[in-house]
Ligand binder design. Structure first.
Ligand code: SF4
Ligand code: SF4
Length: 311
C-alpha cells in the first residue's frame, strides 16, 4: 500500500543501484508484514524503527540444477554435486552478502539505519526441532514474499515467475521509507499438475504428499501455505548423510526423530573425508532435489520431463 510517506525516488534509485550491483531480482515490502510471525523473525527485533524490507535474489545455475534433477528417479546420486555445492552456497551466498552490505550502506549514507541480514548464517548455531539448521535473524523466504518477489511452493521454497525455485535470497531491514511492491498474485505451485514432484523426489520423505499437512499463515492480505516438512529428515539430506544426497556414505535413518544430541552422534558417523572437504570449502549444501525437480515456472516443465522420471 502506498502512502505519502513513501519515497518513490529513493526506492527507484536503490532498485537501480542494486541491479547495477548484480542483483537479479529486487523487491520492497513493509516490515510490518512480518511482525505477526514468530518473535525470532520479527524485523523490529533487530532494528526497532524498521519500516521496510529489501529482498534480493540471485539465480542459481540452471545446468547444475538439471544435473541433480536428472537423478531424481530412483533417488540415485548425480555424477557430481561439486558445482551445485560450490556455486550455490559459497559463491552465491557471498555475493548476496555483498549486495546486502552495499544496499545497507547506500541507505545509511543517506541517513537511514539499515540492517543487512546475512544470507546463510544462523544466529543460534544449535539446532532445535523447529529450526533444525538453527534460526537466522529472519526468514529470507517470508521477506521475499512480503516484498512481492513470488510465492511459497509446497516444498517451502519461494517460487518466482523468473526462476521458479532456483534462486537464493538475502534481505535488508531498514528505517528508510521505501515504497512497497505489490504482493505476488501468481499461482506458480500446482501439486496436482506435477503430481507432488518435490515430495516424490525427496529421498528422506521430509515433504508430505498430503495437502492437509501444511503451514498456513497471513502475510498482509495474502494467505500463505506450504508443506509442514519434517525438519530433521530434511537435515539428513541437506547434511549429506545419504549417498544420493551428495554424502560419501549412507547413514541409516532412525524411525523416530532423534534429539539434537543424538543427531550430532549420527553426524559423527559421516565419512571423515566428507568432513575434511568442509574444512577446505566451508559450509556446503547437499541434496536440493526438491528445488531442482520443481517444474515451476511452467515454461521449465517441457525441459525437465525429458529427463526426470519420478517413481
Ligand atoms: S514440485 Fe510441484 S508441488 Fe512441489 S513446489 Fe514445485 S510445483 Fe509445487
Ligand atoms: S533438500 Fe532434500 S532432504 Fe530436504 S526436503 Fe528437499 S529433497 Fe528432501
Amino acid at each position: 500500500m502506498e502512502t505519502a510517506s513513501h519515497d518513490k525516488a529513493l526506492t527507484d534509485e536503490l532498485r537501480a543501484f542494486l541491479k547495477r550491483q548484480g542483483a537479479d531480482l529486487v523487491g520492497f515490502g513493509a516490515a510490518a508484514l512480518l511482525e505477526a510471525g514468530p518473535e525470532v523473525f520479527r524485523p523490529t527485533r533487530y532494528l526497532p524503527g524498521a519500516r521496510a524490507l529489501v529482498s534480493m535474489a540471485l539465480h542459481i545455475n540452471e545446468a547444475a540444477c538439471e544435473l541433480i534433477a536428472r537423478c531424481a528417479d530412483g533417488h540415485t546420486a548425480p555424477p557430481s554435486y561439486a558445482s551445485y555445492q560450490w556455486f550455490t552456497l559459497s559463491v552465491i551466498n557471498r555475493k548476496l552478502d555483498e549486495l546486502a552490505y552495499a544496499g545497507a550502506k547506500f541507505l545509511e549514507d543517506r541517513g537511514w539505519l539499515s540492517y543487512p541480514v546475512p544470507a546463510n548464517m544462523p544466529h543460534d548455531i544449535r539446532p532445535t526441532p523447529e529450526y533444525p539448521g538453527g534460526p537466522g535473524d529472519l526468514s529470507h523466504k517470508h521477506a521475499a514474499v512480503a516484498c512481492g518477489l513470488g510465492e511459497f511452493g509446497w516444498h517451502n521454497l519461494v517460487l518466482t515467475p523468473e526462476f521458479g525455485s532456483r534462486q537464493k535470497l538475502v534481505t535488508i531491514v531498514t528505517e528508510a521509507p521505501l515504497r512497497p511492491d505489490a504482493l505476488s498474485g501468481e499461482k506458480l505451485c500446482d501439486p496436482a499438475a506435477c503430481d507432488w514432484a518435490c515430495a516424490r523426489a525427496c529421498p528422506t520423505a521430509a515433504i508430505p504428499r498430503n495437502a492437509g499437512q501444511k503451514v498456513s499463515l497471513r502475510i498482509g492480505e495474502k494467505t500463505v501455505e506450504y508443506a509442514r516438512i519434517s525438519g530433521w529428515r530434511c537435515r539428513w539430506g541437506c547434511s549429506g548423510m545419504l549417498r544420493c544426497t551428495g554424502g560419501a556414505k549412507d547413514i541409516p535413518m532412525p524411525k523416530e526423530e532423534p534429539t539434537a544430541a543424538e543427531l550430532m552422534q549420527y553426524k559423527e558417523q559421516c565419512d571423515p573425508w566428507q568432513e575434511r572437504l568442509k574444512r577446505y570449502t566451508g559450509l556446503i549444501p547437499y541434496c536440493g532435489r526438491c528445488m531442482c525437480v520443481c517444474p515451476a515456472p511452467a515454461g521449465r516443465k517441457s525441459k525437465l520431463t525429458e529427463c526426470v522420471e519420478l517413481h
